[in-house]
Design a protein around this ligand. Structure first.
Ligand SMILES: [Zn+2]
Length: 355
């Protein structure tokens, strides 16, 4: 088994994310890459456990057809979201986005719940209003799966080389907009989709409400802002609730509209839930969705790790090589309908086959 480790690239400026291990060879068990944590998820130690996702959770069904997902319409949703401007947690544009999402899914007959709470970021004086949005299809089903994405945008475009550009209005189309746009278009097809599980679209706030990304040279920089505020709140609330539903799996979508069509396996997803990864990437292969590349390319801490901490098997579909990440050029022009179509194709088959 090859385990050649190539370049260790540390992301110097924060991200939904942490650090990257590039592997020069794809491996079938790529779990022992070196890791360096430069992201603050608010926990002193890593409480993650190996995943519980069972091999029996996928029905046979190579003949299952994907929905007729309309990538062009998804791009229109993405543009409408970006027309609101930056959607920073607690901002007026964020509230407008919440209403846009609520109306869209209620018009489709889904149940929409706002999970609102207040949070305090380290670098900020006061508390900020946060709202996760939970859109439920077949709300009475006890056994459920999650498709999720964050919908807040980072207050600073801190991968712009000139810090004077960091505070310019930052649309963050792919990073924060694309997942919501995909779910909005997929929502148009949910009524006709035959599933044996209930489906929740969970849209997280506070994934990267980051004003102070921390000093990468300082280990556990105490001033570094905390990521994943919304997903942590959702996960902990679910865990504490006495009569909560069973979530058999969750798939996170982050930066899924890049024009390069690039989804290698994300390392934490593979390490903790290899069977779920295998199922999703196998469906991609069967459906001819070539954006889903085999092999782990990087480890990315993201909202899925918060779900995993409470025992929900969760994986991340992410294009972490997106060249406009945290830059002012992350605009709809640099996003692609085809990329979203491939992801939606895979998800819609998976939803029909998972049990
Ligand atoms: Zn981001």
């Amino acid at each position: 088994m090859k385990r050649a480790i190539g370049i260790l690239a540390i992301i110097a400026v924060g991200a939904p994310i942490m650090y990257v291990v590039y592997q020069t060879a794809f491996t079938s068990n790529p779990t022992n890459g070196k890791e360096r944590k430069v992201i603050n998820d608010g926990d002193d130690d890593d409480t993650d456990q190996p995943g519980q996702f069972g091999v029996d959770r996928l029905k046979e069904g190579k003949d299952v057809k994907p929905v007729a997902f309309d990538g062009k319409r998804a791009m229109k949703y993405l543009e409408a979201i970006c027309d609101l401007g930056p959607r920073i947690s607690g901002s007026a544009a964020m509230r407008k986005q919440q209403q846009l999402i609520k109306k869209h899914f209620e018009d489709l007959g889904a149940k929409v719940e706002f999970q609102s709470f207040k949070a305090k970021q380290r670098s900020q004086r006061g508390e900020v209003d946060m709202t996760n949005i939970i859109v439920s299809f077949h709300p009475d089903s006890k056994r459920r799966v999650i498709l999720c994405a964050h919908y807040d945008t980072r207050p600073i475009a801190d991968r712009e080389p000139d810090p004077r550009d960091w505070r310019e209005p930052f649309l963050s189309a792919n990073d924060g907009g694309s997942g919501v746009a995909l779910l909005m278009e997929l929502g148009n097809h949910m009524k006709d989709l035959k599933t044996s599980v209930g489906v929740d679209f969970v849209i997280f706030d506070g994934e990267e409400y980051i004003y102070n990304p921390g000093d990468p040279k300082v280990k556990n920089d105490p001033n570094q802002d905390i990521y994943f505020i919304g997903s942590k709140h959702f996960a902990q609330t679910w865990k504490k609730s006495k009569d909560h539903c069973v979530y058999s799996a969750a798939i996170l979508l982050d930066m899924i509209a890049g024009a390069r069509l690039n989804f290698p396996l994300e390392g934490y997803s593979w390490d903790r839930n290899p069977e779920l990864c295998r199922q999703v990437w196998t469906i991609a292969q069967e459906q001819g969705c070539k954006a889903f590349a085999p092999g782990v390319k990087y480890h990315v801490k993201d909202d899925h790790t918060e779900l995993h901490k409470v025992g929900i098997p969760a994986i991340d579909i992410i294009d972490f090589d997106y060249p406009h990440w945290h830059r002012l050029t992350d605009t709809p022009e640099n996003c692609s309908a085809e990329s979203m179509e491939q992801v939606a194709k895979v998800l819609s088959v998976w939803l029909q086959r998972t049990k």
